[in-house]
Ligand binder design. Structure first.
Ligand code: 2P0
Length: 352
């Protein structure tokens, strides 16, 4: 087999789902039960930067994240880093990989995302292995490390088509709208807690699919709502968009609640934020913002840039929410390669 010596550094951002992915039909290939749709966040606010070296001089795959070496013998780590093996095979080489990764947000912020990490890794490996794969193909590789990561492979508004084939060849991400189409849309993140989530998403999804009596209904409602979100976005109809986003978040969290045993990610601050956003929308005579929550209590408030101040000061004035931390993110443009930058100390081939 050919030997290789490739280097690259890439950055990628997390995404926030408007239509949620919660449940797999294939756990190995990571194929979802329903299609989902998200907005890729801006690297100015949240990003993972990953440098990789692919070389036959390296003895074993090694991955450092925020200065910590991952334990490759851990089956979960190996699952998450599946992309390395997939891309090595595609390259037709036996090169091993050294990867060094860092987030521009603290991992204790509750925003740590396997999506940005996996997307940055896959994007960097594509260059280091000289593969030249297109975003659609990269999204299918990223998907196998972490489902939501496939949606971080493109900028703007991105859907993950669930596909129907057993081999996953029709389950990939598609850019629905460029980040420029409706650039005023932002994600105002209100951080309510720094605690690590109680139930990992992967286990929570499995529990939901296996025990939830309402799951069959979710599969059809998510597809229908996705089409409605796409149409609301196309028309730049904030009132309809916000309403659909809240409905989908609530449907997913209701599903979690009715799983056996019950899964709950929202906390009392999350509920206060939901009340406050609904009251604000009512007082405006139409929705100007929609909340959405992932597998955690932090609120993502989808709104327009011009409403950001009004919303953050309104929330900070609420009793019990004075300590909220805010992060505001515009839409991102997707992963990119960085030239002349590396997190790896090239001379020693060790993390810098
Ligand atoms: C989403 N979440 O659509 C949903 C909403 C959390 C709540 O995708 O098992 O890390 O690696 O495929 O992608 C989080 O789950 O799970 C997630 P795996 P992932 O964004």
């Amino acid at each position: 087999m050919a030997s290789i010596e490739g280097r690259a550094t890439a950055e990628a951002s997390p995404n926030i789902a408007f239509i949620k992915y919660w449940g797999k039909r294939d756990e190995k290939l990571i194929l979802p039960q329903n299609s989902s749709l998200s907005m890729t966040l801006s690297s100015t606010t949240l990003k993972t930067t990953t440098s990789v070296v692919a070389s036959n001089k390296i003895n074993e795959d090694t991955f450092y994240i925020n200065g910590k070496k991952l334990e490759m013998s851990d089956p979960e780590v190996r699952e998450r880093l599946k992309a390395i093996g997939i891309m090595r095979e595609l390259s037709g080489t036996t090169a091993r990989v050294l990867a060094v990764s860092s987030n521009n947000f603290p991992s204790s912020s509750g925003l740590a995302s396997s999506a940005s990490g996996t997307a940055a890794l896959v994007y960097a490996l594509n260059a280091a292995f000289g593969l030249d794969l297109k975003p659609k193909e990269l999204s299918m590789i990223a998907r196998q490390g972490s489902g939501s990561a496939c949606r971080s492979m493109m900028g703007g508004i991105v859907s993950w088509r669930k596909g129907s084939r057993n081999d996953g060849s029709d389950s990939y991400a598609v850019q629905e709208f460029s980040e420029k189409y409706w650039g005023e849309v932002i994600d105002l993140i209100a951080i309510t807690s720094h605690e690590k989530k109680k139930i990992p998403s992967r286990a929570g999804m499995k529990q939901t699919v296996e025990t939830n009596p309402f799951f069959t209904q979710r599969k059809t409602s998510a597809e229908k709502r996705l089409r409605e979100v796409r149409e609301a976005y196309r028309q730049k109809d904030l009132d309809a968009l916000a309403s659909l986003i809240m409905a989908d978040s609530n449907e997913m969290h209701a599903l979690m609640l009715s799983t056996v045993p019950s899964i709950r990610y929202l906390d009392s601050s999350s509920l206060k934020i939901m009340d406050a956003i609904e009251e604000l929308n009512a007082s405006e005579g139409g929705n100007i913002a929609g909340y959405t929550f992932d597998a955690g209590p932090n609120a993502h408030i989808i709104t327009l840039k011009k409403y950001e101040r009004k919303i953050s000061s309104m929330l900070a004035d609420i009793k019990g929410l004075e300590a909220l931390e805010f992060k505001s993110s515009a839409q991102g443009s997707g992963p990119k390669l960085l030239t002349g930058v590396s997190l790896i100390n090239e001379e020693r081939l060790a993390p810098a």
